[in-house]
Design a protein around this ligand. Structure first.
Ligand SMILES: NC(=O)c1ccc[n+]([C@@H]2O[C@H](COP(=O)([O-])OP(=O)(O)OC[C@H]3O[C@@H](n4cnc5c(N)ncnc54)[C@H](OP(=O)(O)O)[C@@H]3O)[C@@H](O)[C@H]2O)c1
Length: 326
């Protein structure tokens, strides 16, 4: 099969498609013939040699895919050959075939293309983990989502909206605000033109946001804490603006605030399976009904993987970049 490898740590020019042996399914694993896969920010770090795959995971890039089950391990109970599926992967998605444990696989709802389905697992499961599991977002609460036009951000906005929250989202690019409004935010803020702390204060009548979904980290940390409400939950999901920040622990204590990080890729199989199971039970029906929809930036042929990486690295994508293999 063909798969994308990193010839040496570096820029998008280091990506190359090679022929490698097909993967074989052991025990509770299945082979998926990949029809589409999607890019994630972590892929850029891995390509640069800054985010090695967890032990036992494929060296091939790619954290999610959609396709058709083509082979079963001897202990598989929940899937059959021919099933249309999407999967959360620890690696291996940028390939014509991938092996994955059956508990990390979800059915593709009717009416969804493989390209749409490939854009779901990483973005929506991460958004679910941040908003539902970590933040316990409740209807009527105010949520602030940074980098709202990112893959995960666009999923988090929709999930917050459907959970009945009041949603504020940011982007550094004024051109992305239209998308944020289309996704249903109540307020869209361009952080290069407007002070998001001021906006949050105004629209919350000085109370702040109850939940903060943070992909930026250090660069916004001081401002984030200033717009977090008493009892607020600040969930660190990404570190696009750096990892080292000064936090006012006095304010954290007296205002009963929570600061919590989440991570998906390095979680144990039982933990990931539980995340998939909860999302499948509570939110997959909403995808089937069209209440939640992956926001696709562009679908590129598999051979254009380099172009996809360049586009993401230049922060040009509005939602998910998808690669089509079949
Ligand atoms: N914890 C986990 O397990 C987990 C899982 C999945 C993703 N993530 C993280 O979630 C984040 C989003 O991932 P993604 O794949 O959805 O990303 P993406 O689609 O590439 O979007 C990232 C966007 O963030 C904004 N951005 C980039 N650098 C920034 C900076 N220094 N300060 C402020 N904004 C910046 C840019 O949009 P603007 O034009 O709006 O600035 C960029 O388009 C990443 O940090 C990723 O590592 C974490």
């Amino acid at each position: 099969m063909r798969a994308v490898f990193v010839a040496a740590p570096g820029g998008p020019e280091k990506l190359e498609i090679r022929n490698v042996p097909d993967p074989r399914p052991a025990r509770q694993h299945v082979v998926i013939d990949v029809h589409a896969t999607a890019l994630n920010r972590a892929d850029l770090l891995q390509r640069r040699g800054l985010y090695p795959p967890p032990e036992g995971a494929s060296e091939i890039l790619g954290l999610e895919c959609a396709g058709v089950v083509s082979e079963l391990g001897p202990e598989v109970e929940t899937l059959k050959v021919g099933d249309r599926v999407m999967a959360l992967l620890a690696g291996g998605g940028y390939a014509e075939r991938v092996v994955v444990h059956e508990n990390l696989v979800m059915p593709v709802p009717d009416g969804l293309t493989f390209e749409e389905a490939a854009a779901i697992p990483e973005a929506f499961l991460t958004a679910h983990e941040a908003l539902v599991t970590a933040a316990e977002l409740a209807p009527g609460e105010r949520v602030l989502i940074h980098a709202g036009a990112s893959g995960v951000g666009s999923a988090a906005i929709q999930l917050s909206r459907e959970l009945g929250a009041f949603v504020i989202a940011t982007s550094r690019s004024a051109g992305k605000l239209t998308l944020l409004r289309e996704l249903g935010v109540h307020h869209a803020v361009c952080t290069s033109q407007e002070d998001f702390v001021e906006l949050v204060r105004t629209v919350s009548r000085g109370r702040g946001v109850d939940v903060l979904v943070d992909f930026v980290g250090a660069a916004y940390a001081e401002r984030n804490q200033r717009c977090l409400a008493a009892g607020g939950r600040w969930i660190v999901v990404g570190l696009l603006g750096g990892a080292r920040a000064t936090i006012d622990l006095g304010a954290l204590l007296s205002r009963r605030q929570t600061l919590r990080g989440i991570v998906m890729r390095t979680r144990s199989l039982p933990e990931k399976a539980a995340i998939v199971r909860a999302f499948r039970r509570d939110f997959l029906p909403w995808i089937a009904e069209g209440r939640l929809r992956p926001r696709i930036d562009v679908v590129l042929p598999f051979e254009s993987v380099r172009e996809g990486h360049e586009r993401m690295e230049a922060n040009l994508n509005l939602g998910k970049i998808v690669l089509k293999l079949r």
